[in-house]
Design a protein around this ligand. Structure first.
Ligand code: NAD
Length: 352
């Protein structure tokens, strides 16, 4: 298989590429613009593989994307490139509209032209896999419901609205042009190489620095946490075995309130790296003004992917969060280079 992965220098994309290169014989071309969220250092362990290559391209640049398709001749596309941080989408939605909507449209058009030019055998095995989020379904406040593949869309933030738009485009390209697509909508990921501004790494790194651990509102928001390596396995299964035109929800069966996530991290750190002043890390927790439009609860029903494709997560939240804290304790240099900006300065040739 030859697989184009867009957004492969990001958190989930890099986990997908590490998974494919380490566990299969497939070739991967990573297409990534390298925004602030793209970090090639997350791919260090596989970057020398003969099965891996990288091109720095913006998915909105149709001409260069088309050249890359024609040179690489992919069998499969896994589209993860996106602006992904809800807080950033509230401060500046424009990039979210460009990358998530216009970028996905551009990629669909390039893929359609390329797919139509393939011979019969390659055309029937080609897949365009769009990776999306459970946030397109909106909020489950006050219910015990779970998001299924049939839940109506009701996005709340500029981020989730832009992802919802891109999902609609992908389905339209299937219905109208017959492009062979599969879509996945997953819950909150966590694990190694997560950008330090996101909740779990932020809490770990602030705690180690003795800084406040900021929690939105009362910390009662519920998310269904999915270990990123479980997600990477699921995505490879869907792109290689999923049925054309189908959507699969992917979740970790781990509904947790944010406050409990933070307290669990504090307890693991108390055990592995106690504060020198003898205080428990929980004493650093600080409640801050809630995010506007903050959804209270997301929870995924992942029955379909389990029954149809035989995928279930291997990590419980307890095992996954322990692995994650452990990874951050052992990879503080990776974090340091993100926090001080050197991961970007060096690739841009800028002196510190
Ligand atoms: P990320 O922000 O860590 O990575 C995104 C990657 O896309 C970066 O490497 C960035 O450089 C690249 N990119 C951004 N704009 C680009 C452009 N115009 N052209 C080419 N590359 C571009 O995101 P992530 O957390 O790895 O998420 C990956 C995908 O999964 C996204 O589509 C996101 O919506 C979806 N998702 C993420 C989560 C989560 O918990 N992280 C949950 C559900 C769905």
């Amino acid at each position: 298989m030859k697989i184009i992965v867009t957004g492969g220098a990001g958190f989930i994309g890099s986990a997908v590429i590490r998974h494919i290169i380490k566990n299969t014989n497939s070739y991967v071309l990573n297409i990534d613009k390298l925004t602030y969220a793209g970090n090639l250092e997350s791919l260090a362990e596989i970057e020398d593989s003969a099965n891996y290559s990288f091109k720095q391209i913006d998915i909105c640049d149709a001409t260069t994307i088309e050249q890359a398709f024609n040179e690489f001749q992919p069998n499969l596309i896994m589209h993860l490139a996106a602006e992904s941080h809800v807080d950033r989408s509230i401060d500046g939605p424009a990039e979210f509209i460009n990358t998530n909507i216009v970028g996905t449209y551009t990629l669909l058009e390039v893929a359609r032209k390329y797919w139509q030019g393939l011979d019969d055998a390659d055309r029937s095995s080609f897949r365009f896999h769009h990776i999306s989020t459970d946030e397109v379904y909106g909020d489950l406040e006050g219910t015990t419901d779970l998001f299924t593949e049939k839940t109506p869309y009701a996005p709340s933030s500029p981020y989730s609205a832009s992802k919802a738009s891109s999902d609609h485009l992908v389905r339209a390209w299937y219905r109208t042009y017959g492009l062979p697509v599969v879509i996945t909508n997953c819950s909150n990921n966590y694990g190694p190489f997560h950008f330090p501004e996101k909740l779990i790494p932020l809490v770990i790194l602030n705690a180690l620095d003795g800084k406040e651990l900021p929690i939105y509102g009362k910390g009662d928001q519920i998310r269904d946490w999915l270990y990123v390596e479980d997600h990477a396995r699921a995505l490879y299964k869907v792109v290689t075995e999923g049925a054309i035109g189908e959507t699969y929800n992917i979740g970790g069966h781990n509904e947790k309130q944010n406050i409990d996530v933070v307290k669990t991290i504090c307890q693991i750190l108390d055990e592995l790296k106690p504060q020198s002043n003898g205080q428990p890390y929980e004493s650093l927790i600080t409640f801050v003004k809630d995010r506007p439009g903050h959804d209270l609860r997301y929870a995924i029903d992942a029955t379909k992917i389990k029954n149809v494709l035989g995928w279930t997560p291997q990590e419980t939240f307890d095992s996954g969060i322990r692995k994650t804290v452990d990874w951050y304790l052992n990879n503080l240099e990776w974090c340091q280079r993100v926090q001080d900006g050197s991961y970007q300065r060096e690739r841009l040739g800028v002196q510190p």
